[in-house]
Design a protein around this ligand. Structure first.
Ligand SMILES: [Zn+2]
Length: 498
């Protein structure tokens, strides 16, 4: 089969120039200059054929364009300039302008008619050109691929965006008036072509079409009883069914300090009943979330560990990150970040700083190596009798030691029962001023150590414990986290914006 014969035949079937190139198996940049590609492939194209096709090769200077009578029988006009215009206008008319993402990604769903017509043309070419057209490898560059090569760059350019797989997802659903009729016929065809596998219309998928509908599996004679070979040109072009926008996932990180001993980490529910009116997660999300997205409930809050309700977290604070799906904004100005920090501070229960947008791949910093990290605590502990020098000396432990810790009874309802080894890096106790019954103990531990149980021992479930070390009962009255060994996110001072 010569290129010229192929193109002549395609022209006679009402196939557009882009699709002719697809059947000539043009790749990549070969679609940029159609005339040149045809020349290179040794194909002469009728003079008037190119005039209202796509890709900037149409000459707008020609004032009297012939009205188009029909649309390409294989792409239903997807590559025509008119359709491109409709597509761009549709995107601009959507909520597109609300998103500031620099990158976009396109997901175009095409009517199944395009797949059926591809098969029909495949049969037609086999009839015309015989065995040079294989039965199980398609004769054309798939429309999906050509759309990526041709339409995507044009749309990006017109919208002034970069193509980015993590950018704003524009899902475009296309339809054509012939689809319903053709899919009805396909359902009938399917009963004959694949008996025993009766499918309802709804079960006929694009994937199934791709897999099962090839000349090696369906006979042309069978196909032709339901749908014509070659595919006929159509009067109408494809049209837009819907455009859906899904903003990118944006990660906002910072550090929080927990200033209250009556605040849970996340909403605290017992048998569906709220135990506390607020939580760290909610306070932060309601101050940060609405700026980024309309779907605030979909935001995920993660932190590097957590405190108990009655434990404060001071010092530089605990790193956290919000994963915000469908975000309108991909960046955060210092002014805006400061306003968010101030809104959280107003709660009086939590304070945040270093608020910033971070690359998505960095968000996992928050979880990786969590077990290895060191945690710094200050515990206020009460003795039953006044502290002695001996007790104070026993609780000066500069070198690290290991403990065995059974899952505390208080968390058994949500954690499995295990005995875990944990490393205590250092212990340093001093008397609280004016009260010989109270010790202030600074403790550095491996992350994941239960501090309350480390202090009182929980009836021997944690060994050794401070209680077993001094040989006397000791209990914890208050606990603060004073440092977390995670050097992330980077420090930023948003107040410098003022
Ligand atoms: Zn076409």
């Amino acid at each position: 089969m010569k290129n010229q014969e192929l193109v002549d035949y395609l022209v006679s079937c009402g196939v557009c120039t882009i699709c002719q190139l697809r059947y000539l198996r043009a790749r990549g940049t070969e679609y940029n200059d159609i005339n040149q590609s045809f020349q290179r492939l040794g194909v002469k194209v009728p003079e008037n054929q190119l005039e209202d096709e796509t890709n900037g090769i149409s000459t707008d200077e020609q004032p009297l364009k012939k009205p188009r009578l029909s649309h390409c029988s294989t792409c239903l006009g997807i590559f025509s300039e008119d359709f491109q215009r409709e597509l761009i206008e549709g995107i601009i008319a959507s909520d597109f302008g609300k998103y500031d993402s620099e990158g976009i990604v396109l997901a175009i769903t095409m009517p199944m008619s395009l797949q059926l017509r591809q098969l029909s043309m495949w049969f037609a070419l086999q009839r015309k050109f015989g065995p040079t057209v294989h039965s199980n490898s398609p004769p054309d560059v798939p429309i999906k691929e050509a759309v990526k090569l041709i339409l995507h760059p044009i749309i990006c350019k017109k919208l002034d965006k970069k193509y980015d797989a993590n950018g704003l997802m524009i899902s475009i659903d296309l339809r054509h008036t012939v689809e319903e009729h053709e899919v009805d016929k396909l359902v009938e065809l399917n009963r004959v072509a694949f008996p025993g596998k009766t499918l309802k219309r709804i079960e006929i998928s694009r994937g199934l079409l791709e897999k099962q509908y090839q000349p090696s599996r369906v006979k042309a004679e069978t196909y032709e009883k339901y749908l014509p070979i070659p595919p006929p040109a159509v009067d109408e072009s494809l049209s837009l069914k819907s455009i859906d926008l899904q903003g990118p996932m944006v990660c906002v990180a910072g550090r929080y300090r927990k200033l209250s001993r009556e605040l849970s980490h996340t909403p605290w529910l017992l048998q569906g009943v709220r135990q506390m009116e607020d939580s760290i997660e909610e306070i932060i999300i309601r101050s940060v979330g609405p700026h980024f997205t309309e779907t605030v409930p979909k935001i995920t809050f993660m932190s590097s560990g957590r405190e108990d309700v009655d434990v404060r977290c001071l010092g530089k604070g605990r790193p956290f990150v919000l994963e915000i799906p469908n975000s309108r904004h991909s960046s955060l100005t210092k002014e805006r970040a400061l306003a968010m920090e101030q809104a959280v501070d107003k709660s009086g229960k939590v304070s945040i700083l270093n608020l910033q947008v971070v690359p998505r791949e960095q968000a996992m910093h928050i979880k990786t190596g969590e077990e290895q990290k060191r945690k710094y605590y200050r515990a206020l502990c009460a003795l039953k009798e006044p502290a002695t020098l001996e007790i104070l000396q026993k609780l000066q432990i500069p070198e690290s030691f290991d403990i065995q810790q059974k899952t505390p009874i208080r968390v058994l309802h949500r954690r499995p029962l295990h005995t875990r080894p944990r490393t205590i890096y250092s212990v340093k106790a001093r008397l609280q001023r004016d009260n010989p019954l109270v010790l202030v103990i600074d403790i550095v531990t491996q992350a994941g150590t239960y501090i309350k149980e480390l202090v009182h021992g929980e009836f021997g479930r944690t060994t050794p414990s401070f209680s077993s070390i001094i040989g006397k009962p000791i209990d914890i009255q208050a606990l603060d986290v004073v440092g977390i060994d995670l050097d992330w996110p980077p420090e930023v001072d948003n107040s410098l914006s003022q």
